[in-house]
Design a protein around this ligand. Structure first.
Ligand code: HEM
Length: 159
């Protein structure tokens, strides 16, 4: 009788462990998927910046659109701050000794981008469309340089 009881207890323990293991496996998986969905890559963030950035080219010349342009510019500023917190994929191919310097240069370029976007914002606040467009063109240069310096060859896009 006692043996049967011990056997039952053991079976129950095995069943309980199996259930716990299954639940935690599912939880880890869901967590990983959740995490992935919440954390886009630098590449993905940059891709979401592309259309808004291009749309400004024409829009900035039109004073009627200044409110809309300001929204786009502020959105790009936020994305720039997020992008600045990443390490470019290319960093892995840089030898370890040179990585701190590489990252520093990357961040400086991001600061240049943010400064440029702030210049566009300031000009728009003063309804100076010519100045806003001039600042925009400078950002185009920062973007080109950023890609030349920090984007891996096969990822390069046409400007
Ligand atoms: C408004 C300015 C910018 C826009 C609209 C933009 C847009 C893009 C786009 C569309 C891609 C993906 C390219 C592809 O699919 O081939 C990309 C990738 C990339 N961009 Fe930018 N970019 C901007 C500024 C910058 C700046 C200033 C830097 C450097 C400081 C930079 C660094 C990178 C890097 C490193 C990648 C590759 C992603 C990775 O390393 O995983 N970008 N960018």
């Amino acid at each position: 009788m006692q043996r049967i009881q011990r056997h039952r207890v053991r079976m129950a323990a095995v069943a309980a462990l199996t259930i716990i293991a299954t639940i935690s496996w599912i939880a880890t998986r869901t967590d990983a998927e959740h995490h992935e969905a919440k954390a886009p890559s630098l590449h993905e963030i940059m891709e979401t910046m592309d259309d808004p950035f291009r749309s400004l080219r024409r829009q900035l010349k039109d004073p009627q659109k200044n409110e809309a342009s300001l929204e786009v510019v502020r959105e790009l500023q936020k994305k720039t701050l997020v992008a600045a917190g990443f390490n470019p994929s290319m960093m892995e191919s840089v030898i370890e000794k040179k990585r701190p310097r590489f990252l520093l240069e990357y961040k400086r370029k991001m600061v240049a981008l943010l400064n440029g976007l702030l210049d566009v914002e300031e000009a728009l606040i003063f309804s100076d469309n010519a100045k806003a467009y001039e600042a925009y063109r400078k950002i185009g240069k920062v973007r080109r340089e950023g890609h030349e310096q920090f984007q891996e060859e096969e990822e390069e896009e046409e400007d």
